[in-house]
Ligand binder design. Structure first.
Ligand code: DLZ
Length: 158
């Protein structure tokens, strides 16, 4: 998987099971939507490349990353959804807002995953700068959305 020296989107696919009948919910934050759009595209393309059907991928937006948890819960509670992918970008600013949002999302989506016994992957890019975020959204460090989709497929193959 990811290391600081590798492209972050390198992942192991040899153990992936068939996902052609699986249904995915993607929840995307609207903050930094130029970047979250690229991450979402990476996630969708990865699901399609591995055999998911376009009509089985549901994309919903939430205002900001803080709302990813409830968005994930709305999706995970749907019986037909097999896995959820959360996509957001939180860039550090002058205050500690990023810590609060990042921790809330990490804990929140973990709880959703355990509550509904479904994979809920963490496609939240948490960086110090805009440049670092761009590097992880189709730049030199790959695409974190690809990685989040791969994690969801990986967990469905568990
Ligand atoms: C308020 C806020 C700030 C300052 N920064 C970000 C950010 O970098 N990325 C992001 O996705 N959302 C941010 N938000 C919005 C919060 O996630 C949330 O939407 C609002 O606090 C309303 O609950």
């Amino acid at each position: 998987m990811a290391t600081s020296l590798k492209n972050l989107s390198d992942y192991k696919k040899d153990k992936f099971k068939d996902i052609s009948e699986k249904t995915f919910g993607i929840v995307v934050a609207e903050w930094h939507d130029d970047i979250t759009g690229v991450l979402c595209e990476g996630a969708v393309n990865t699901l399609l490349e591995h055999g998911a059907k376009k009509e089985n991928i549901y994309i919903n937006t939430v205002p900001g990353s803080f709302e990813l948890t409830l968005g994930a819960q709305f999706l995970a509670m749907q019986e037909e959804i097999d896995a959820v992918i959360c996509i957001g970008v939180v860039i550090k600013g002058d205050t500690k807002h990023d810590d609060y949002i990042n921790n809330a999302v990490a804990n929140g989506i973990t709880n959703v995953s355990l509550k509904f016994n479904k994979p809920v992957s963490f496609g939240l890019v948490t960086t110090n700068t805009l440049e670092q975020a761009l590097d992880r959204a189709g730049g030199k460090h790959g695409n974190k959305g690809v990685e989040a989709a791969a994690a969801a497929i990986g967990m469905l193959s568990f």
